[in-house]
Design a protein around this ligand. Structure first.
Ligand code: HEC
Ligand code: HEC
Ligand code: HEC
Ligand code: HEC
Ligand code: HEC
Ligand code: HEC
Ligand code: HEC
Length: 311
């Protein structure tokens, strides 16, 4: 057997062994932090005025995608136990990113930047997106960063799992926290009824009913590489829609793709719908009235006849 062939077998085996070997160092470290943090209750206000939730649920942490990590893989500064003197061993890339993000992370910006050590490509994509630029270029805090979409850093579940906040069934809620927020819409001049129009669309209704192929927000806008609709690289810019819609609608052409935007359907369909509702209600009311009147006249006739018979 050649060396190459051998390594094909050995490499995965080695990898597996490494995975399965108990890692007392790592788990011990988490256990040390959790000795305090899993039994602490309540919140404190730290120096930057942020409310800090001190409790970390050990069971939920262990069950999360990061259960095998040690706390200081993210809280790199907190190597000391308990944390009295901050560690100076924070990699330069993480440190400089953490300074740019310090307005977004009021407790431990280093932990907020540390994801880049393992999810480098994704992180860079988010930083270059409309959301990331809002934070690092415009110095605002409204743009979405990892935790805005993935939830608490300690309890992240696989994105394919039913209860993930970025799962297909939950994106409307997750993106809607901001895209349905009037203050944010006004501040950035975003389109107003994105959420409403999606919910009412054919797609939104199918998704709500649990159709397994119906699109959610990221099917048309990406998850991390989110761009303005005026950016030629946006999946909803001009001709790119042929590809975006074409993922699910084979043979989508230029006549088909404009069928979906978040624009209001315009005054005519709107009033048309209202008129239809009024007409339906009116017809219904007329039928009810008719039946009542008829019943009334039957009763009156009956009483009249009875009176006649008595006389
Ligand atoms: C002896 C108990 C104890 C241990 C062990 C401990 N902590 Fe803490 N931790 C605290 C207390 C008390 C606070 C709140 C007051 C403070 O900030 O010092 C806190 C606050 C924090 C905060 C909030 C940030 C801040 O200071 O405002 C983080 C993050 C944190 N700890 C992470 C860790 C990590 C990671 C470990 C393990 C390396 C750890 N802790 C071990 C007691 C502990
Ligand atoms: C995947 C990275 C990651 C891991 C692993 C991690 N944390 Fe955190 N943790 C964060 C981030 C990010 C924040 C939020 C920082 C902020 O908002 O400034 C945070 C916040 C905290 C806080 C403050 C909670 C609050 O209200 O913001 C505490 C306490 C804490 N972590 C303790 C721990 C302990 C103990 C462990 C190990 C059991 C741990 N963390 C593991 C990323 C992580
Ligand atoms: C605007 C919301 C949003 C933000 C911000 C966001 N994510 Fe995601 N993320 C998603 C969605 C939605 C998915 C699921 C994508 C899918 O199913 O195709 C996902 C999937 C993932 C995945 C698994 C699949 C993959 O693409 O690798 C990882 C890992 C991930 N995100 C990490 C991160 C990190 C790290 C950050 C911060 C740098 C981040 N995400 C920021 C929405 C977001
Ligand atoms: C020390 C490395 C490391 C750090 C730091 C780290 N992660 Fe992860 N992350 C992982 C590993 C390993 C997985 C599991 C991958 C898998 O199961 O396929 C994972 C999984 C994930 C997933 C789920 C991906 C999926 O396919 O469902 C998300 C989302 C995620 N991480 C986000 C973050 C965020 C946000 C941070 C920073 C707060 C962070 N990670 C920090 C190593 C890390
Ligand atoms: C079927 C594809 C599709 C789905 C699903 C979809 N969108 Fe869109 N979205 C579009 C198109 C196409 C445009 C560009 C419309 C235009 O050119 O005016 C757009 C535009 C936008 C804009 C930009 C509007 C502005 O103010 O510039 C936002 C924000 C947006 N969508 C958010 C969402 C959110 C949040 C969801 C999930 C609730 C979602 N979209 C679901 C196709 C989609
Ligand atoms: C934490 C708040 C927040 C969350 C969560 C969020 N966004 Fe955004 N989003 C923003 C803000 C703020 C902007 C505008 C940034 C700017 O103009 O500087 C934006 C911009 C956008 C744009 C570009 C709009 C344009 O001008 O064309 C799209 C598309 C978009 N978001 C889609 C999404 C999708 C899809 C999700 C969920 C997967 C999501 N967003 C989650 C805050 C958020
Ligand atoms: C992730 C898959 C997916 C994407 C992406 C997608 N759609 Fe759909 N679309 C569906 C599904 C599923 C249905 C419902 C089909 C059914 O039940 O017959 C549907 C239905 C429709 C309908 C109504 C029924 C019909 O076939 O005429 C229109 C119109 C439509 N989509 C337009 C678009 C446009 C335009 C885009 C791109 C901007 C797009 N879709 C992107 C999955 C998708």
């Amino acid at each position: 057997m050649s060396n190459n062939r051998l390594s094909v077998f050995v490499a995965p085996l080695l990898f597996l062994t490494l995975l399965l070997l108990p890692r007392p160092g790592l788990c011990q470290e988490s256990a040390n932090c959790l000795a305090c943090h899993s039994s602490m209750k309540g919140r404190i206000k730290n120096v930057s005025g942020a409310l800090v939730e001190l409790n970390v649920d050990a069971e939920k942490f262990n069950a999360s995608v990061h259960g095998s990590l040690s706390c200081s893989d993210c809280h790199i500064r907190f190597s000391d136990n308990p944390h009295t003197t901050p560690s100076s061993g924070v990699p330069q890339a993480v440190l400089s990113l953490s300074t740019k993000l310090s307005s977004k992370f009021k407790v431990d910006p280093v932990a907020g930047a540390a994801c880049i050590t393992c999810h480098e490509e994704t992180y860079k994509m988010v930083l270059g997106s409309m959301h990331g630029k809002n934070i690092v270029e415009k110095n605002q805090t409204d743009g979405a960063l990892c935790l805005d979409c993935h939830g608490s850093p300690h309890y992240i579940t696989p994105v394919k799992e039913e209860n993930s906040p970025v799962g297909r069934g939950h994106q409307v809620e997750t993106c809607g926290k901001c895209h349905g927020d009037e203050k944010i819409i006004e501040k950035y001049g975003l389109e107003e009824n994105v959420m409403e129009s999606f919910r009412e669309s054919f797609h939104g209704r199918k998704l709500h009913l649990g159709h397994t192929r119906a699109p959610s927000c990221s099917s048309c806008h990406n998850a991390h590489d989110i761009r303005s609709k005026t950016d030629p690289e946006s999946p909803v810019f001009g001709k790119n829609k042929l590809v975006t819609c074409g993922k699910c609608h084979k043979g989508a052409n230029e006549k088909f793709v404009p069928a979906i935007s978040h624009k209001r359907p315009g005054p005519i369909p709107h009033y048309g719908e209202k008129a239809l509702i009024i007409l339906t209600m009116g017809t219904f009311a007329f039928i009810v009235l008719h039946v009542l009147l008829e019943a009334f006249s039957d009763i009156r006739d009956a009483i009249f006849r009875k009176k006649e018979e008595e006389e």
